[in-house]
Design a protein around this ligand. Structure first.
Ligand code: NAP
Ligand code: G4F
Length: 337
């Protein structure tokens, strides 16, 4: 039986990856940082909490990382732990650099010293492309991060590549474009949209307040993407891969898809902070804009080229953005019932 250790096991991807690896017959261990109330809700939601082995773990604590990795002795490590909300990274830039950047080095150096044969996956991100230097973005596109989060992830990406090249470690980075699910954190735009619209569809009156509706993202389903992470670690040689759908969608259209899935007929009017959306069927105001949700520097357009993952790994996404919006909106609607 293979053993996997997942950092960030309590997060969206951690839950889907745990389920996927358990179904493959792995013994799954995960790192959970100490907070005042245990937050293993997602592991419960996917029905695996009783099947995974939890360890106290924090990416900012080097000896803790060494002890846990020595105790577990995993065949594969998936480093999903991060301060993953881009918007907060301007308020917590040093923390983002430490956990998302140096945290990667802490794990790699522990593995290099005590278990260099362990296969390692780093959760790199399309946020590294930032002010995009090519369209679509692939493994060879130059990075131009636009947030402290993105800058820290670039460090994590290059240190992974460096340990692979310096010490021959099987260390791969997945450059994953945005992937969502009903388990997505409520502060990310897709979940914020589906949750607010589901409340409105249930008779609520609180208008959904958003920021920049013109930004475009390449959105896929998290369940498809965790499979790609595992596929990378099964290759004879470590490498870096983009996982994306190759389709980009403005935030405004994601609102439209989610609203339509809930039986609304949204009409957008106005521009900039004056823009609104109203449900033609009920006359209810469903969207307003606030400066509060605009970022100091925006990533305007992300669209990935997943050719390498498709041809070398045989990976491809199964869920379209419209299906994703529908899945998330219906899940939130049902949960409210
Ligand atoms: P998520 O739901 O926010 O989960 C992040 C996980 O990291 C949580 O389990 C969190 O623990 C943990 N964590 C935070 N700080 C930590 C620390 N100091 N030490 C150890 N663990 C810590 O994020 P996700 O969407 O699953 O994303 C997984 C990874 O992929 C992240 O590294 C993210 O940056 C990256 N990524 C995500 C996407 C995407 O679209 N989802 C795209 C590209 C890359 P708590 O539960 O205690 O907060
Ligand atoms: O959903 P978001 O917060 O995701 P973002 O910034 O793209 O980051 C996510 O994807 C990255 C991969 O590219 C990951 F690395 C990262 O960990 C995370 O999972 O925002 C998406 C877009 C942005 O352009 C933002 O300005 O939506 C825009 N937006 C407009 N109104 C909003 C809002 N974002 C949020 N969170 N809240 C709003 O009200």
């Amino acid at each position: 039986m293979k053993k996997a250790f997942i950092t960030g096991i309590t997060g969206q991807d951690g839950a889907y990856l745990s389920k996927f690896l358990l179904e493959k017959g792995y013994e799954v261990h995960g790192g959970v940082r100490r907070i005042s109330q245990p937050e293993t809700v997602r592991l419960e939601q996917v029905g695996v909490l009783k099947d995974v082995i939890i360890h106290d773990f924090d990416l900012s604590e080097p000896y803790n990382i060494v002890r846990v990795l020595q105790t577990v002795a995993p065949d594969e490590v998936y480093n999903l732990g991060a301060q993953s909300f881009v918007g907060s990274s301007w308020d917590l830039p040093v923390y983002a650099a430490d956990v998302n950047g140096i945290g990667v080095l802490r794990i790699l150096d522990a593995l290099r010293t005590f278990a260099p044969q362990t296969r390692f996956y780093q959760a790199s991100t399309s946020e590294m492309f930032g002010l995009v230097q090519a369209v679509p973005q692939s493994e060879t596109t130059r990075f131009y991060p636009r947030s402290p989060y993105g800058v820290a992830k670039v460090y994590g990406h290059y240190i992974t590549m460096n340990y692979r090249e310096s010490f021959g470690m099987h260390a791969s980075s997945g450059i994953l474009f945005n992937h969502e699910s009903p388990l997505r954190g409520k502060e990310f735009v897709t979940r914020k949209i589906t949750l607010a619209l589901a409340r409105l569809a249930r008779g609520g009156t609180d208008t959904l307040v958003l920021g920049n509706l013109d930004a475009k993202r390449d959105w896929g389903f998290a369940g498809d993407y965790v499979k790609g992470m595992w596929m990378m670690l099964q290759q004879p040689e470590a490498d870096d891969y983009v996982l994306a759908t190759g389709v980009t969608t403005p935030i405004r259209d994601f609102v439209r898809f989610a609203a339509e899935a809930l039986g609304m007929d949204p009409v957008f009017e106005g521009e900039g902070v004056e823009e609104t959306a109203t449900d033609r069927k009920t006359g209810k105001r469903i969207v307003e804009i606030s400066e509060k949700f605009f970022r100091p520097a925006e990533v305007d357009l992300l669209i990935g080229d997943p050719t390498k993952a498709r041809t070398r790994l045989g990976w491809q996404p199964e869920v379209t953005v419209r299906q994703l919006a529908e899945m998330m909106a219906k899940s939130d609607y049902d949960a409210l019932g």
